[in-house]
Write a protein that binds this ligand. Sequence first.
Ligand SMILES: [Zn+2]
Ligand SMILES: [Zn+2]
Length: 382
Amino acid sequence: MRFAAAVLRSYESRFTLEEVMLNAGPDDGEVLVKIAGCGMCRTDLAVRHSAGRSPLPAVLGHEGAGVVVETGGPDTGLSPGDHVVVSFDSCGHCQNCMGAAPAYCDSFPSLNLFGGRKEHAARFTDAAGSALAPRWFGQSSFAEYAMVPARNAVRVDPTLPIELLGPLGCGFLTGAGAVFHSFGAGPGDTIAVYGAGAVGLAAVMAATAAGAVAVAVDRHPERLALAERLHAIPVHAASPGLADLPDVPGLADLPDLPDRIRQLTDGGAHYALDTTGSPRLINHALRALRPTGHLGLVARLHVPLPLEPGTLDRGRRISHICEGDAVPGLLIPRLTRLWQAGRFPFDELIRTYPLTDINRAERDCDAGRVVKPVLIPAGKGR
Ligand SMILES: [Zn+2]
Ligand SMILES: [Zn+2]
């Protein structure tokens, strides 16, 4: 079959809308999904800086949601017409998959980031018949259709706005899962969130839903206003006249930041989530934790992380969190139920764009003008 997709041909080029071809129907255990909407995530854009590790040309997009149109074999557990959110891929049989930790699948990097399932590579080509990279995150959803493993397609209530649900498969899953699973936060706990983007604001919503108190730290006033609307205490971490942090352009170094967070959290936060990957901010975040506090990192570190003396004293700990420690088939329905109850208003973070405007969505994302772009194939946006 032929359909439209946004193709990235080089690390520097714009996305181009092209006709692509899938040269076979679903294998056993796969489903073909007509994409209703696909979120744009930082990890899609990070491909540009992957220094050759993520193969091109590729169809990116890993926050797809849509409607099943064809199933492969009798064992997918899905039927044509089912509405699904497509999450990350995992093998299903390594120790971590068997232990309900699929985000730490032994094959996570190869299945999601660096090459996909090689046995399926030849099926996906451009209009001229030249091979495209194997599917990205088990999906490649910046397209009208995606062929996905049924294992990472999560059925959802068909009365929900399917075109908006894709980010529940990665960005919103990551922030909410960190709060619910990695931290196990509960009523009265305090959570400091560094960076009020899609992941950070999902953590804020989850904290509020769990009865915890969130403090959101960011340099964009409009993002802090959004965090405040989601019931976080806003802390503006940029100050004119102070030098920018070398590792996070525009974010000023505020030596009093840990003190401010400790004041706002009655002696230090129980939990902290860093979405920036900035070593200096990570040190601040550790100093603003109470004893036994837990700092979770979700951004990929691009430089060594020196920890200043004392930052890990008194039982404080730090860990990297992938995909919110989530089992997507459990967490995504939980998040949609919370949304229906008005307690996880993720749609407030979304702006939709037609898939043809993918380059404008990327520019808006880079400039901080949008928290979560969602691309609608053949849609008009809003
Ligand atoms: Zn696995
Ligand atoms: Zn993502």
